[in-house]
Design a protein around this ligand. Structure first.
Ligand code: DGY
Length: 317
């Protein structure tokens, strides 16, 4: 039976977008977890009213939260990534899960290319050089070209494929690693990441974070990429062994890195802050006005579909 939407309690786990908050508030009974002084106190009072959780890349729905909500029917995440949701627990309890694929593919892949360009062409450092007035004392250092380089992509899903398409337009050759070889694709497939790294100049991490892919970029992969190699990560911080990355950068065993994501966000290792061969972003891959609206609309549409007994638009579970 369909449920009256205004009776559906929706729990947002952290502040995401004010537009999303408004849209949820207009349709459902919205609860904001972060406004409560204590999670335990909140759950004691309202757990019975919550039928839906809206999480994001910071706080999703772990086993503890899922277990504490006896009437939970759906987790709709304001992200494409699912690593903050206990999917097994959702499956076990028959709880639906939806995410926000496709609408953010352009922005996240644009960010990957932007990071590659910024890292190789030292765009941020050169901006600092001009602002600090140093230009009048001499020219900025030479940097390295992006066009025509070999690009290796870990994870050739929607975002990885969009990155490949963009890199091709820069005349780059493309290699990739994924769980299996893709059919009807001319890029070179490497069944292991070390071989991919050994055969590219720029390694772009674009796969989902799971127990299998955690630290998929480790010391061996960084070693194979080598002292002229560049690492770009727009996936999740934990896909890269961060201490290994930092020592490689400090010891000139890697030329540079462009990172949108970190293992312990929003904390970024102090050592990275002092390096001029890295470009650091604050997990903003999909953060444009246009895309965040598209993501918010998709979250709302999935929730409406769930409680009106219609098929979810972007189901995961
Ligand atoms: C997501 O939505 O999972 C991504 O992290 C956006 O950058």
């Amino acid at each position: 039976m369909a449920t009256k939407l205004e009776d559906v309690g929706v729990l947002m786990t952290s502040p995401m977008s004010s537009y999303l908050e408004q849209e949820l508030n207009n349709r459902f009974k919205l609860f904001k977890l972060w406004e409560s002084p204590s999670k335990t106190q909140f759950l004691d009072c309202y757990a019975d009213s919550i039928l839906a959780v809206v999480g994001d890349t910071k706080i999703g729905a772990d086993a503890e939260l899922i277990e504490s909500l006896p009437h939970l029917r759906i987790v709709a995440t304001y992200s494409v990534g699912l690593d903050k949701i206990d999917l097994d627990k959702c499956r076990e309890k028959g709880i639906r899960v939806a995410n926000t694929p496709d609408v953010l593919t352009d922005d996240v892949s644009d960010t990957a290319i932007g990071l590659a360009l910024a890292t190789l062409r030292k765009i941020c450092a050169c901006d600092g050089f001009v602002r600090s007035g140093l230009w009048k004392y001499g020219d900025f250092q030479l940097c390295s070209k992006f066009s025509g380089k070999s690009v290796g992509i870990i994870g050739l899903g929607r975002i990885g494929s969009a990155i490949a398409k963009r890199a091709e337009a820069f005349g780059c050759t493309i290699g990739y690693n994924s769980r299996s070889k893709k059919h009807n694709i001319n890029y070179t497939y490497y069944s292991n990441v070390v071989d991919l790294a050994a055969n590219c100049q720029i390694l772009i991490v674009s796969c989902a974070l799971t127990e299998e892919t955690r630290h998929i970029v480790n010391r061996d992969v960084i070693g194979a990429l080598g002292p002229k190699g560049i690492l770009i990560n727009i996936g999740r911080g934990a896909l890269v062994d961060e201490p290994e990355l930092i020592s490689a950068l400090l010891e000139d065993r890697l030329a540079g890195a462009g990172l949108d994501v970190f293992e312990n966000e929003p904390v970024v290792p102090e050592a990275l802050l002092g390096l001029d061969n890295v470009v650091l972003l604050s997990h903003v891959g999909s953060d444009t006005v246009e895309t965040t609206k598209g993501m918010a609309d998709l979250v709302v549409a999935n929730l409406e579909a769930c409680f009106l007994n219609k098929p979810l638009l972007t189901p995961v579970v």
